[in-house]
Design a protein around this ligand. Structure first.
Ligand SMILES: O=C(O)CCC(=O)C(=O)O
Ligand SMILES: [Fe+2]
Length: 329
């Protein structure tokens, strides 16, 4: 793949070419007829060398400062409604090699897909409501609260509790909440299968599958530091395909908090969260990413990820029938 520096240099060079003084042969062709070819030459060539020098310096300055820190491209803006926006990236070798061992699960393509058409407004509302009700049972004191719907893990203060060990969880979460989760999970599973060219039945839901709530509060533990660049396959060993469902709007519910892919062509590609927007991507090192720090407001999202390895498969989350006796409160 070509680097962004090369691409930009070439583009600018073409654009700037037309602005540069004409070459000697071009000048010659445009000289008025009848004038002596060898007539007196003014001091023009020196001016031209000087002007050219300034222009070249200007172009180099633009190229240098334009590419020094890379460039940024929006993959999906919050204000637009994206039906199906895909970007293919060459699969990383280690990722591809690992997946070769799982038949039916090798992607035909690696990369990303963003869609605002997969999850309905009412489904997004229902899931946001689960996140809010569940998180009301605890909450981090730092900037990141997570609620894992499968294990019941919920940030509380600087630690985690298990909401399924609380009697109050049964009053707060209902059977229908889990039905909503399952419907949305199944839609995403099918879309992942379809987009990456794998059989949906060879994808298994894996842990953690969690709601996240991010805000601008200073981090108190490492779990609050959500903004570090990472590769999901390394952070969450079992992930092969990651999906994120956004439950809040960038620029309206919160500032900062955009999702950023850091690409090898010296380009950052951003996904601005939009309520109901699903972003899915292969979890290997072709998709290094981070979340910008939220500067104000509250950002909600749901992570739903799939593994090809049956030993990491989890069942769809359900509300446990009743808390174990010794843990009843
Ligand atoms: O919430 C997001 O947009 C992404 C979070 C993330 O990258 C992760 O949990 O691994
Ligand atoms: Fe991630």
């Amino acid at each position: 793949m070509e680097t962004g520096v090369k691409q930009i240099k070439r583009k600018d060079a073409t654009k700037e070419k037309s602005k540069l003084p004409k070459t000697a042969s071009e000048e010659k062709e445009s000289e008025p007829k009848g004038k002596s070819k060898y007539g007196p030459m003014p001091s023009f060539p020196y001016q031209r060398v000087f002007t050219r020098g300034i222009l070249i310096l200007g172009v180099l300055t633009v190229v240098y400062f334009g590419t020094k820190d890379g460039r940024e491209v929006a993959l999906a803006k919050q204000k637009e409604v994206v039906h199906h926006r895909a970007q293919d990236i060459t699969c990383s070798d280690d990722y591809k090699a690992e997946l070769e061992t799982f038949s039916g699960c090798v992607p035909k393509r690696c990369g990303r897909l963003v869609s605002d058409k997969l999850v309905s407004g009412s489904e997004a509302d229902a899931l946001l409501s689960i996140a809010k009700r569940g998180m009301a049972l605890g909450g981090s004191q730092g900037g990141a609260t997570i609620l894992d719907l499968h294990s019941g893990a919920l940030s509380q203060g600087k630690n985690f509790i298990n909401i399924y060990q609380l009697n109050s969880a049964k009053e707060v979460l209902k059977k229908t909440d889990f039905t909503f989760y399952k419907v949305v999970k199944t839609k995403i599973q099918n879309a992942v299968g379809h987009h990456f060219g794998v059989q949906p039945q060879s994808l298994y839901l894996t842990h953690p599958t969690f709601f996240s709530r991010l805000n601008a509060a200073p981090a108190l533990t490492i779990h609050d530091e959500y903004w570090h660049p990472h590769i999901d396959k390394e952070t969450y060993e079992s992930f092969h395909y990651t999906s994120l469902l956004y439950l809040a709007d960038y620029g309206r519910d919160f500032q900062g908090g955009r999702f950023v892919f850091i690409d090898g062509d010296n380009t950052n590609r951003t996904v601005e969260p939009r309520k109901g927007r699903v972003s899915m991507f292969t979890s290997g090192s072709e998709n290094v990413h981070y979340v910008e720090r939220v500067t104000s407001g509250t950002r909600y999202a749901l992570t739903v990820s799939f593994t090809c390895d049956q030993k990491y498969a989890i069942d769809d989350p359900t509300l446990p029938p009743s808390p174990p006796k010794e843990l009843k409160q």
